[in-house]
Design a protein around this ligand. Structure first.
Ligand code: PMP
Length: 418
């Protein structure tokens, strides 16, 4: 029997054992673990609010202050490098703010993207990217154009060509730091090119989703060049809206989100929100200011998250290296992110869906294969996202060993000549 056949037999035997004793593990979404949530329990249980007045004299129990309370706008302004008038603090979800921005541009009364009925509205989608961005665009009927990521952000040659020629392309998403799911960060050059590129539409919009702005996993704390300043310098002050939230700093179910942009954009969004609510939860904004305090204490708090998360990422790397590290013909390539919440696997072509299905059959749920591509459509069928945050190290070890067996089995079944 040749070496390949015996290796496949061994993988199938191991897989059959998993099938006899199915597991119940999910690595599908980037959910903070209970241990991480505990780090912020005192936000709810111990923070005392001595004064109901915000620094700008708003009674935080009452209506009012749609832009957010002064001290919260200042705190998020530190993260976003924006002035108070350039900063808007919302509810618990930055995705809600992003959807609001898209919805505003699609349907506002003055100059909606949806005005040209016979022309589709299109968006550039750096891929592999965040599936919920793609769901949002799809829901709004915005056509998605995937552009490959390079390791330093989107392929700018392609982006520049597309946006300079096609006036139906209205904007793009970018996750600048520790991208979900590839972990990559944009280089200074990419920031400058995005800020200054010629676009066929005058009001081209970049949704700069900085969800992992302080979510480092190593000592190399990646810093991204200030895109708002770069776009101002290039004469495009309204091109970028930045988003952050505390979902993965404090409590995703009860956090605070913010956006930073030109005052023109911020005022337009405040006007849009004023039609649907009178103000967001200012008590929670105040609590967050008291809990997170300043940049230094946010960094100290994020170190505690890192202590919990980093071993999970090291463990994934160690197990994949042990299985596939020495292969002359690689079964799989994987990322070793310096921050964020995900590891991205690039399998051999036509293997990702089968691997995810094989995992599901033994009770391990992964994000659907290729979900990181718009419409979930990736002709190469080679993209899998791993989200280890909510697993214990023991569960992770079991899941990763099973994953390696599935990768080995599916790849050998798919590639006879390997
Ligand atoms: N953006 C990205 C890139 C994310 O990965 C996530 C969470 N997985 C979010 C946004 C969600 O943000 P929020 O909880 O603030 O809506």
């Amino acid at each position: 029997m040749d070496q390949k056949q015996s290796r496949l037999d061994r993988a199938r035997t191991q897989y059959a054992l998993y099938k006899e004793r199915p597991l119940d593990i999910s690595m599908a979404r980037g959910i903070p673990s209970k241990k991480q949530l505990k780090l912020s329990e005192s936000l709810v249980n111990d923070i005392e609010i001595e004064s109901w007045l915000s620094e700008d004299e708003l009674d935080i129990r009452n209506y009012g202050g749609l832009y957010g309370i002064k001290e919260a706008r200042e705190l998020f302004g530190l993260l976003l490098k924006t002035k108070i008038e350039e900063t808007f603090v919302g509810g618990n979800s930055s995705l809600q703010l992003m959807f609001a921005v898209l919805n505003y541009h699609m349907y506002n009364k003055q100059n909606p993207w949806s005005k040209a009925k016979d022309q589709p509205v299109k968006f550039i989608c750096p891929s592999p990217g965040y599936d919920r961005h793609w769901f949002m665009l799809d829901y709004l009927g915005i056509e998605m154009i995937p552009v490959e990521l390079t390791g330093n952000g989107p392929d700018m040659e392609v982006v520049e060509k597309l946006v300079s020629q096609d006036p139906s392309i209205k904007g793009m998403f970018v996750v600048p730091k520790y991208n979900n799911p590839t972990g990559e960060s944009v280089s200074d050059e990419v920031v400058d090119r995005l800020a200054s590129m010629h676009t066929a539409v005058q009001d081209f919009l970049i949704l700069w989703d900085n969800a992992y702005i302080v979510h480092h996993l190593t000592d190399e704390k990646v810093e991204i060049k200030n895109i708002l300043a770069a776009s101002k310098d290039s004469g495009n002050p309204d091109r970028v809206i930045q988003f952050v939230s505390t979902s993965k700093m404090t409590l995703p179910g009860a956090g605070v989100s913010a956006m930073g942009s030109s005052t023109k954009n911020i005022d337009a969004m405040a006007e849009y929100f004023s039609k649907q609510l009178i103000s967001f939860d200012k008590i929670n904004q105040k609590r967050h200011v008291k809990f997170l305090k300043d940049k230094q204490s946010i960094e100290a708090h994020m170190e505690k998250h890192r202590e919990i998360l980093e071993p999970k990422f090291s463990w994934i790397d160690a197990i994949l290296s042990a299985y596939f590290g020495g292969e002359s013909q690689s079964f799989v390539e994987w990322t070793s992110p310096k921050g964020g919440y995900f590891v991205h696997l690039t399998t051999r072509v036509n293997c990702a869906s089968k691997i995810v299905a094989a995992m599901a059959d033994i009770g391990i749920t992964l994000t659907p294969a290729n979900a990181a591509y718009p419409y979930g459509s990736n002709p190469l069928d080679n993209s899998i996202r791993l989200a280890p945050s909510n697993l214990s190290l023991d569960q992770l070890e079991i899941a990763m060993e099973a994953l390696c067996v599935c990768i080995e089995m599916v790849t050998l079944e798919t590639y006879e000549n390997l």
